[in-house]
Design a protein around this ligand. Structure first.
Ligand SMILES: [Zn+2]
Ligand SMILES: [Zn+2]
Length: 181
């Protein structure tokens, strides 16, 4: 998962990557630790634009991720589609002593250093996949969650627990679509 600078002929290149999960070993580890679980196929559209030694990438990704609903605790799948951009800059090669500092600075600016005329895509693409995952996922906007008293999944079952006014407030919240925030 890398691109040589010389392959960006005429300063521009469009590429489509269809990747399997195996190409991002860290994602398997994250899934095992209870984090988001990505589906097998991940696809990226990348448009590279080279200006001198700088390479700007306009990109989009498509993936499916398996998440756990924050209200009813059920697993559900959600398709992800995000646009993002990356900027690759050459890392000074002779600067051995200050190497770490350079890396830190460029990362803070959202710049990705590259060496030896090779753009390594795996790490930045993986980062974008993880950033595309919603932070507090809800299976559906109308999810009724679990009963706070007896714990039944109110999407599937009803219970006889008495609802306090406090809970009614949450029912209003249940109609708000949180995934956009
Ligand atoms: Zn739910
Ligand atoms: Zn109940």
């Amino acid at each position: 998962m890398q691109l040589e600078l010389k392959d960006i002929k005429g300063g521009e290149l469009e590429q489509e990557y269809s990747c399997s999960l195996d190409e991002f070993p860290d994602l398997a580890v994250i899934a095992k630790e209870g984090g988001p679980k990505f589906g097998e196929s991940l696809s990226f559209q990348l448009r590279f634009q080279r200006t001198g030694q700088f390479v700007e990438v306009d990109a989009s990704l498509e993936a499916v991720v398996e998440l756990q609903c924050g209200r009813c605790l059920q697993g559900f799948k959600r398709p992800l589609a995000e646009s993002f951009s990356l900027t690759f800059v050459p890392q000074p090669e002779d600067d051995e002593s200050g190497e770490e500092d350079v890396e830190l600075e460029t990362n803070e600016l959202g710049l990705i250093p590259y060496r030896d005329e090779i753009l390594k895509l795996q790490e930045p693409l993986q980062e974008q996949l993880l950033m595309a995952v919603p932070i507090s996922p809800i299976c559906k906007a109308s999810c009724r969650g679990l009963c706070p008293s007896c714990g039944v999944n109110l999407n599937i079952e009803k219970c006889d627990c008495v609802r306090k006014p406090f809970n009614n407030k949450f029912n209003i919240l249940a109609d708000i679509d949180f995934k956009k925030t």
